[in-house]
Design a protein around this ligand. Structure first.
Ligand SMILES: Nc1ncnc2c1ncn2[C@@H]1O[C@H](COP(=O)(O)OP(=O)(O)OP(=O)(O)O)[C@@H](O)[C@H]1O
Length: 837
C-alpha cells in the first residue's frame, strides 16, 4: 500500500435482489470519499475505495470480504445490507481484526466488537412508531416480511409492542428473498381485513408486493421501517394507499445541511432520491474518517477507541457514536408518502435517541454487555453465538471447526421445530449451557428465574426420555419448553406462546391449535406432543379418552396444524345420528335413492371432507352392521353415493375418537370389528382424565372465569377453599363438567366477586367431605364389613399415590424420591391402583 493512501472496502450488492437499495449505499459512500479527499483526506492521506459486488448473497459477501482484507489490505469495510451478509463476514473480521461499518438498520440483539452499527436499532425506530400507528392509523396488523433474520427478529418486537399497546396481529408471513407473487398473502389479507400491513419486505419483493396491493385496490395502509425513498420511487404510488415509514433520515428534511448534501448527490448521480440507508452509508465513511484523523494509527484498536463518543454533523442533524455499545445515537422520524412520492415528515423526536441493541435488557445491565459478545475463540465450553436461524446456524456449523462436531446432532434437533426460528435455544452439556442463540440470550436476561428453574429440572433423573415438553407461566406470558436429548446434549427450546394460555377464547375453535389447549400437566403435554406428530403424518388417528377430556379439541388442533388446514374439517357424531341415517350421512345419496331423498341428491360427509379431515366422534357407538361399509370406504379410498354407481375418489384423513375401550368391545361384546379397529388405530393418542391432571385445574378455572368475564363483564375469582374442593373432586365428566361447574358457580355467586364453596354443585362439595383416611384412623371408623375395609383402604392408598404423583407433576423419579421408595415399587403401586402415568 502506498504511504499516502488508506484503502476502504465498499462492499454492497451491485447486482441481485437487494441491489435496488444497495447501489444507492455504494454511491453515497463514494460521494463521502470524494468529499473527504476534496478536503485534504485523512491528515494528507487519500481514501481509496476498493469496491466489490456482494451479489445479494452471503456466501459471495464472505468471499469478497476475505479478498478485500487479505489481498487489498483495506483499513476497514463499509457495507452489507442484509443481516445474513453482515453475519457471514464475522469470521473474517474476527480473524484479521478488521472493522465493519454496517449502515443498514439492524435487528438489535448484537454487539460485535468488530462491527459499528451506524443505522437505527429497533428502539430508535419502533418504540415511537408502533404506538403512533395504533393511535393514528389502526389497531390490527398483518406482518409481511422477506424471509431472513431481520424481519423475523423485528416482528417479534413489533408483536410485543402491538400487544402491549392494545392492538392485535392478524397474521405473520415471510416470503423468500426475491419473491414476486403474493396471491396467498393478499387473499389472507382480504379475508382477515387488518388495518395495517407492516412490511419488512426488502429488495424487489417490496416493489412487487406494493404494486399488487395497489392494483387490487386493498384499503389497508402499509407501514414499514425498511421501505425508503428508493423503493417508493420504484413503486411510483398511485396515491390511493397510505404509506408510512420511520427512519432517522428522510430526504425531505428541510435543513441547509441536507439541502447541500442532496444537491451534491444530484450533481454526481443525477438524482436526489436518497434514503436513510444511503445517508447512513455516507455518515459511516465520515465517522471512519473522523476516527482515523483522531487516532494515532489506522489499527483497529485505535479506530475503535477514537470512535467512542465521536459526533458528526450528518444530513439528518447531529449524530453521535455511543461510548460503549458501538451503535449510534440517531433521530427518529415518521414520514407519510405524499402526492409527489416524497415523505412528508409528520412526527420527529426532539433529540437524538440512544441506541439500545438489547432492547429487553435494562440499561443497568449495560456494563455486562461485554460478557455477551461473541469471540468465536472460546467455543469449546461456552458457545455463545448470535445466530437466530437454523439456516444461518447451518452455515456457521459448516465453517466452524468445533461446531462441526455437533453438526449432526444440532441439525437433527432442529428438525420439526419450525426451523427454530421463533424459539430460544439453549444447548446444555453436563449441566452447563454450552450454546445460546440470540433469542435465548435475551430470554435469559428477561426471564432469568424461569430459565434457571427449567434447567434445574434437567438435573433430576429423567429416565429414558429423549423428548418431552413443559409449559410454564411467567407473569402474563406463557412458555412452552421443548426438550430433546441427544447423547449427553440437551436441546432446550423456549417458545413464547402467542398469548397467556388461559386467555384463549375457544369461541374461535375453528382455528385452534395445540398451542391454545390449556394445560401444563405432564400427561397432557405428552398427548400434545403426539398430536403434533399426528399433524405431520397422514395416518388415521384414534383419540381415546373419557367423555369431556377434549378429544374433539385435539382433533381440530391436529387438523389445523396439518398440511390440510386450509381444507374442510368435518365432524360427525356417530352416536347422535339415527342408525338408519348413518349411511346416507357418511356416503351421500343420488336423486331418488330412497323415499324422502333430496332432489338432486346430496353429498355425504366423506365427500364434503375431501382433501381435509373427517372426525368420526364416538366411533365406538357405530352400529356393527354399518362398520363394514366404513371399512370398505377407508380401504378403497373412494365412495359411491347410495343408489349411485359412480365412485368418487377420496383423499380424506380420518381422526376417530371414542370413550369406549375398543379392544374390550371387540373381545367381549363383539360390538366392534377388529379389522376396522386396526385400520383406525394406526396412531393412537390417549387423553388423560381430569382427575389425573389436578395440577391443571387452576389454569382451566382461570380460563373459564376469563371467558365468563368476557360474556358478562363480571370479574370473578375462586376462594382458596373453593379451589381446594375442586382439586379434590374426581371429575367423572372431566373438563366439560369443570366448565359447567364454574359457569354455574359464577352465576350463583351473584354480584359477589368471590366464588365460595357454597356456589359449587352439591356432589362436588359432598365428595370433598368423604372420609379420606390414613391407615391409623381407619380403625376408628364404624366398619360394616370386610369389603368396606378393603374399599376404604384401596381408595385411601390410591389417593395417597395419586396426590404424590400430582404434586410432582407426574414425575416418577421425583415422586419416588419424595415417598422414599424405589421407582420400581412406585411403578408397581401405580399399576395396582390403576393409575396411569
Ligand atoms: N385443554 C383444554 N383446555 C380448555 N378447555 C378444554 C380443553 N380440553 C377440553 N376442553 C373443553 O372441555 C369440553 C369438552 O371437550 P370436547 O368436546 O373436546 O371433549 P370430548 O372428549 O370430545 O367429549 P365427548 O367424548 O363427550 O365428545 C369443551 O367445552 C372444551 O372446550
Amino acid at each position: 500500500m502506498k504511504k499516502q493512501e488508506l484503502k476502504v472496502g465498499i462492499l454492497f450488492s451491485l447486482t441481485g435482489t437487494t441491489s435496488i437499495t444497495e447501489i444507492g449505499q455504494y454511491q453515497a459512500c463514494l460521494l463521502a470519499i470524494r468529499h473527504i479527499n476534496d478536503r485534504g483526506g485523512i491528515n494528507g492521506k487519500m481514501l481509496i475505495p476498493i469496491v466489490e459486488d456482494a451479489g445479494s448473497d452471503p456466501e459471495i459477501t464472505y468471499q469478497k470480504a476475505e479478498k478485500m482484507v487479505i489481498r487489498d489490505q483495506v483499513t476497514a469495510i463499509i457495507g452489507c445490507y442484509t443481516a445474513a451478509c453482515r453475519k457471514s463476514v464475522i469470521p473474517i473480521l474476527e480473524k484479521h481484526n478488521i472493522l465493519l461499518f454496517y449502515p443498514t438498520i439492524n435487528e438489535g440483539g448484537e454487539q460485535h466488537p468488530n462491527i459499528f452499527y451506524s443505522n437505527s436499532t429497533p428502539n430508535q425506530q419502533l418504540i415511537d412508531f408502533i404506538p403512533w400507528l395504533l393511535h393514528n392509523v389502526g389497531t390490527s396488523f398483518y406482518l409481511l416480511g422477506s424471509d431472513y433474520i431481520y424481519p423475523r427478529e423485528i416482528n417479534k418486537i413489533i408483536r410485543r409492542l402491538v400487544q402491549e399497546n392494545g392492538g392485535s396481529i392478524y397474521g405473520e408471513h415471510y416470503v423468500p428473498l426475491g419473491s414476486q407473487y403474493f396471491h396467498k398473502q393478499l387473499n389472507e389479507i382480504r379475508s382477515t381485513n387488518p388495518d395495517i400491513i407492516f412490511s419488512t419486505l426488502v429488495g424487489d419483493s417490496t416493489i412487487n408486493y406494493y404494486q399488487q396491493h395497489e392494483e387490487l385496490g386493498l384499503p389497508q395502509a402499509i407501514a414499514s421501517n425498511v421501505t425508503g425513498e428508493t423503493e417508493i420511487e420504484a413503486i411510483n404510488p398511485n396515491g390511493k394507499i397510505d404509506y408510512y415509514s420511520c427512519f432517522s433520515y428522510f430526504n425531505s428534511i428541510d435543513t441547509a445541511q441536507n439541502r447541500k448534501f442532496l444537491m451534491e448527490f444530484k450533481r454526481l448521480y443525477g438524482t436526489d432520491t436518497v434514503s436513510s440507508v444511503m445517508e447512513s452509508a455516507y455518515n459511516s465513511v465520515f465517522l471512519l474518517a473522523e476516527a482515523l484523523k483522531k487516532s494515532s494509527s489506522p489499527k483497529t484498536e485505535s479506530i475503535r477507541q477514537a470512535l467512542a463518543g465521536l459526533s458528526f454533523e450528518a444530513p439528518q442533524g447531529k449524530i453521535m457514536v455511543d461510548h460503549i455499545n458501538q451503535h449510534v445515537w440517531l433521530n427518529s422520524r415518521i414520514g407519510k408518502v405524499n402526492a409527489a412520492g416524497q415523505f412528508t415528515i409528520i412526527w420527529e423526536s426532539d433529540q437524538i435517541i440512544s441506541p439500545i441493541p438489547f432492547l429487553e435488557i435494562e440499561s443497568s445491565s449495560r456494563n455486562n454487555q461485554e460478557n455477551m459478545v461473541l469471540t468465536g475463540e472460546n467455543l469449546e465450553n461456552k458457545i455463545i453465538l448470535h445466530l437466530p436461524f437454523f439456516s444461518e446456524l447451518n452455515e456457521n456449523l459448516k465453517r466452524h471447526p468445533i461446531l462441526i462436531s455437533y453438526f449432526d446432532l444440532i441439525t437433527d434437533a432442529f428438525e420439526g421445530l419450525t426451523n427454530g426460528q421463533q424459539d430460544s435455544l439453549l444447548i446444555i452439556k453436563n449441566g452447563e449451557i454450552c450454546y445460546l442463540n440470540q433469542n435465548a440470550l435475551m430470554l435469559k436476561k428477561r426471564k432469568a428465574k424461569l430459565v434457571e428453574s427449567v434447567l434445574q429440572e434437567l438435573t433430576f433423573e429423567i429416565g429414558n426420555k429423549t423428548e418431552w415438553i413443559l409449559r410454564r407461566d411467567d407473569k402474563e406470558e406463557s412458555f412452552e419448553i421443548n426438550i430433546k436429548r441427544k447423547n449427553s446434549l440437551y436441546f432446550v427450546y423456549f417458545k413464547s406462546l402467542p398469548r397467556p394460555l388461559h386467555r384463549y377464547s375457544f369461541n374461535k375453535r375453528s382455528n385452534i391449535t395445540t398451542y391454545d389447549l390449556i394445560g401444563s400437566n405432564e400427561l397432557f403435554l405428552k398427548s400434545v406432543q403426539l398430536a403434533r406428530t399426528a399433524a405431520n403424518i397422514q395416518a388415521n388417528t384414534l383419540l381415546l379418552g373419557e367423555s369431556g377430556t377434549g378429544k374433539e379439541l385435539f382433533a381440530r388442533a391436529i387438523h389445523n396444524e396439518s398440511p390440510r388446514k386450509h381444507k374442510p374439517f368435518i365432524a360427525v357424531n356417530c352416536a347422535a345420528i339415527p342408525k338408519e341415517l348413518i349411511n346416507s350421512e357418511l356416503f351421500g345419496y343420488v336423486d331418488g335413492a330412497f323415499t324422502g331423498a333430496k332432489k338432486g341428491g346430496s353429498p355425504g360427509k366423506f365427500e364434503i371432507a375431501n382433501g381435509g379431515t373427517l372426525f368420526l366422534d364416538e366411533i365406538g357407538d357405530m352400529p356393527i352392521e354399518l362398520q363394514s361399509s366404513l371399512l370398505r370406504t377407508l380401504q378403497e379410498k373412494e365412495v359411491v353415493r347410495i343408489g349411485g354407481h359412480q365412485s368418487i375418489p377420496l383423499d380424506v384423513r380420518i381422526i376417530a375418537a371414542t370413550n369406549k375401550n375398543l379392544s374390550q368391545e371387540i373381545a367381549f361384546n363383539g360390538s366392534f370389528r377388529s379389522d376396522l379397529f386396526y385400520r383406525l388405530n394406526v396412531f393412537t393418542i390417549e387423553l388423560a382424565p381430569l382427575r389425573l391432571r389436578i395440577d391443571d385445574i387452576s389454569a382451566l378455572c382461570s380460563y373459564y372465569l376469563y371467558e365468563f368475564k368476557g360474556l358478562t363483564g363480571q370479574e370473578k375469582v375462586l376462594s382458596k377453599e373453593t379451589l381446594s374442593i375442586l382439586k379434590q373432586y374426581n371429575w367423572p365428566g372431566n373438563i366439560r363438567e369443570l366448565c359447567n361447574a364454574i359457569e354455574r358457580a359464577s352465576y350463583l355467586s351473584g354480584p359477589s366477586v368471590i366464588i365460595l364453596p357454597e356456589h359449587l354443585p352439591q356432589e362436588i362439595i359432598e365428595y370433598s367431605k368423604r372420609p379420606v383416611l390414613n391407615q391409623n384412623d381407619s380403625f376408628n371408623l364404624s366398619i360394616k364389613s370386610i369389603h368396606d375395609i378393603k374399599e376404604i383402604n384401596y381408595e385411601t392408598e390410591r389417593d395417597f399415590y395419586l396426590n404424590a404423583l400430582m404434586n410432582n407433576r407426574g414425575n416418577i423419579s421425583k415422586t419416588a424420591k419424595e415417598l422414599g421408595i424405589s421407582r420400581t415399587t412406585l411403578y408397581k403401586k401405580l399399576k395396582d391402583y390403576q393409575i396411569q402415568t
